[in-house]
Design a binder for this molecule. Structure first.
Ligand SMILES: NC(=O)C1=CN([C@@H]2O[C@H](COP(=O)(O)OP(=O)(O)OC[C@H]3O[C@@H](n4cnc5c(N)ncnc54)[C@H](O)[C@@H]3O)[C@@H](O)[C@H]2O)C=CC1
Ligand SMILES: CC(=O)C(=O)O
Length: 311
């Protein structure tokens, strides 16, 4: 009897891809990683460094390098190819990132890959939508990490301000993984108790909403400024998603996914909470946003649409 090897491919093993590889390996989420990068020297070095850590793990992980065609049998292919621009604006990466994914998505699909794409490359929502179109896959199998990372940042800020552990905070940011993302405050809760209700009786929960949003939006650039990359946060978000898929967890996580009428939006990839399981995005959760929240969410979609038109 053969045992199924959990195999994940990573395209682009720069700051982000290498950290994703390490997170998946060290947490024992995969049995095999296949790393692909156009920079062959870097690829060899990243593989060697990862291999050097394996002997200390309590589990076995095989780390390979390969070409796009070698990803045929992977369950999941992570896209983290490209390069972050210096101007701290994800949208200015658009043209470069489109060219990057154009150079391999169809080749990966024609190799026989029939699993789930998880895209990280920025601007995450637009590039994920483009990968969806290039791949011809059903949208539930093309996912963008979207505001999964920003939502972790949000929960950390709320945890710090309120003193409640982040695991007891239910909260997401929605919309663009970028400056126009929004926080649906009417749905932020401390394990089910709306934070807006708590705020009426306890000043700890009366947060400055605009300041929290700005801190969340700026967090990536706070990280980027001193090290020229953001990597641990996104790698942890990616590892969570991959774990959810392999274990069919059905956890609700905000990801960039195709909206087909939900929230009054159609034919656009953007972040909303969704159930993640073995089939990828299994269900989109439609929150009853307030009128003001809907307005800001729609504005975020407008920002994305304006840039999609330039592709
Ligand atoms: N969605 C998110 O939350 C986040 C997204 N990012 C994005 O991830 C991407 C990668 O960022 P970094 O790792 O910091 O960049 P990096 O420059 O360190 O690494 C990019 C890697 O992609 C490789 N590459 C370029 N074209 C390729 C191709 N056609 N095929 C295979 N490999 C290719 C390069 O050789 C390089 O090794 C950027 O678009 C960045 O904005 C970064 C952090 C968080
Ligand atoms: C760079 C980026 O997209 C982030 O860290 O949020």
């Amino acid at each position: 009897m053969g045992i199924k090897v959990r195999s994940v491919g990573i395209i682009g093993v720069g700051h982000v891809g290498a950290h994703c590889a390490y997170s998946l390996a060290v947490q024992g989420i995969v049995d095999e990683l296949i790393l692909v990068d156009i920079n062959k020297e870097k690829l060899t070095s990243e593989r060697q460094d990862l291999v050097d850590s394996v002997a200390h793990f309590p589990h076995r992980v095989t780390i390979k390098t390969g070409e796009y065609k070698d990803l045929a049998n992977c369950d999941i292919v992570v896209i983290s190819a490209g390069g972050i621009t210096q101007d701290q604006n994800r949208l200015s990466e658009l043209k470069q990132s489109i060219n990057v994914v154009n150079s391999f998505v169809e080749e990966v699909v024609s190799s026989g890959f029939n699993g789930i794409f998880i895209n990280i490359t920025n601007p995450c929502d637009i590039i994920t939508g483009h990968v969806y179109k290039l791949s011809g896959f059903d949208s539930h199998r093309v996912i963008g990490t979207g505001t999964c990372l920003d939502s972790a940042r949000l929960r950390e800020v709320i945890a710090r301000e309120t003193g409640v552990d982040h695991k007891s905070i239910i909260g997401y940011t929605m919309g663009e993984h970028g400056d126009s993302q929004m926080i649906p405050w009417s749905h932020i809760s401390i394990n089910g108790k709306p934070i807006l209700e708590l705020a009426q009786h306890d000043s700890r929960f009366a947060l400055d909403h605009e300041a929290v949003l700005q801190e969340v939006v700026n967090a990536g650039w706070t990280t980027f400024k001193g090290k020229g990359a953001t990597e641990y946060g996104i790698a942890s978000a990616l590892a969570r998603l991959v774990h959810c898929i392999y274990h069919d967890e059905k956890q609700v996580i905000p990801v960039s996914t195709l909206l087909s009428g939900q929230y009054g939006q159609t034919d656009i990839y953007t972040s909303v909470p969704a159930i993640i399981g073995k089939d990828g995005v299994e269900e989109i959760i439609e929150l009853n946003l307030t009128e003001e929240e809907m307005k800001v969410f729609n504005q975020s979609c407008d920002v994305l649409r304006k840039h999609i038109e330039t592709v």
